[in-house]
Design a protein around this ligand. Structure first.
Ligand SMILES: O=c1ccn([C@@H]2O[C@H](COP(=O)(O)O)[C@@H](O)[C@H]2O)c(=O)[nH]1
Length: 307
């Protein structure tokens, strides 16, 4: 699966993933009104608004980026209708040829991890039939339970040619509270980075492993250290834009081959029309504002990489 993602990054010349994190406050009034008119002010109405919003964004960006990252929390908060909107979004992104990274941050004891893995990147048999429940290409995973919580995810990946991004150093302000603590003289994030390297060794797909890492754009120094520890693991880099990360911070997350990292922006793209810089598009043209924000992000990152 990582080779498919790399091919699309090269084709679009954009190491960028658009985060589909559709909070209600970002959905223009005209979309909410139309959805509520049909489905009522209900979980169904909100989920329909999310779906319509996503579809417009996807239609405007699918040809200029390789991948999207729907954040399941934004859908789950609307219950079952929200999860239906999540699945519709995943399926539509696949129809448009996009690689889908499900930001689901799962991880538990082995038997439960196996079920999470099946749900998001695997297959399940029901009688004589087989189903792919959520059917993302990659899933994000929390490694805090250790190897027996990760192994079932790796097994399901290997059986289905899917991938993982394992949390190593997260972008949030308090990530250091635990992740920077020293263990035998090494910060925990480096210990986890070394484990990601090992977990990924049996999942090679070309030059890179299907098992990648999450490292926040907000910690460029740590990104540089982790790049060296995990030379064959792709890094998913959140924290660009709304959390303050910029192109110049990202250079060392990449390998000398110009690959090795893919940078996420969610609010910075999907809510671009609410920002002064893109206000000229207006709320009716929020999809065009998102496309322009992608082009600006691409110029910023590729400029920093000297392309
Ligand atoms: O360390 C992490 C891991 C995941 N995220 C997720 O990425 C997006 C970021 O959204 P922005 O609007 O671009 O800030 C969001 O879904 C987070 O849950 C992260 O930010 N940091």
């Amino acid at each position: 699966m990582i080779s498919k993602l790399i091919k699309k990054i090269v084709e679009t010349d954009a190491p960028i993933v658009v985060g589909l994190d559709p909070q209600m406050k970002f959905i223009p009034q005209h979309i909410k009104e139309a959805a509520f008119e049909e489905y009522g002010e209900s979980l169904e109405g909100a989920s329909e608004a999310i779906w319509r919003f996503n579809k417009e964004i996807i239609d405007k960006i699918y040809d200029v980026v390789p991948a999207v990252k729907p954040q399941i929390a934004m859908y789950e908060q609307f219950g079952i209708p929200g999860l239906v909107a999540f699945k519709r979004t995943v399926d539509y992104c696949h129809e448009k040829g996009l690689v889908v990274i499900g930001d689901v941050k799962r991880g538990d004891i082995g038997s439960t991890s196996e079920s999470y893995a099946i749900a998001h990147i695997g297959k399940i048999k029901v009688g004589s039939k087989e189903f792919t429940p959520f059917d993302e290409d990659f899933a994000t995973v929390n490694p805090y339970l250790g190897s027996d919580g990760i192994d079932p995810f790796v097994k399901v990946c290997n059986e289905n040619d899917r991938g993982l991004f394992i949390l190593v150093k997260t972008s949030n302000p308090s990530s250091g509270e635990f992740q920077d603590r020293l263990i035998d003289g090494k910060p925990l994030y480096e210990v986890v980075g070394q484990k990601v390297r090992e977990w990924g060794e049996a999942s090679m797909d070309g030059d890179y492993s299907n098992i990648g890492a999450v490292v926040g754009a907000t910690y460029p120094e740590m990104g540089r250290a982790l790049r060296k520890i995990m030379p064959k693991n792709f890094i998913l880099v959140p924290g660009y834009g709304a959390q303050g990360g910029q192109g110049k911070d990202l250079v060392d997350f990449f390998n000398p081959d110009g690959l090795g990292a893919i940078v996420n922006s969610s609010r910075g793209i999907i809510a671009a029309y609410t920002k002064d810089a893109y206000a000229k598009f207006g709320d009716k043209n929020f999809g065009d504002a998102a496309r322009q924000a992608v082009m600006d992000m691409k110029a910023d990152i590729n400029g920093a990489l000297g392309k």
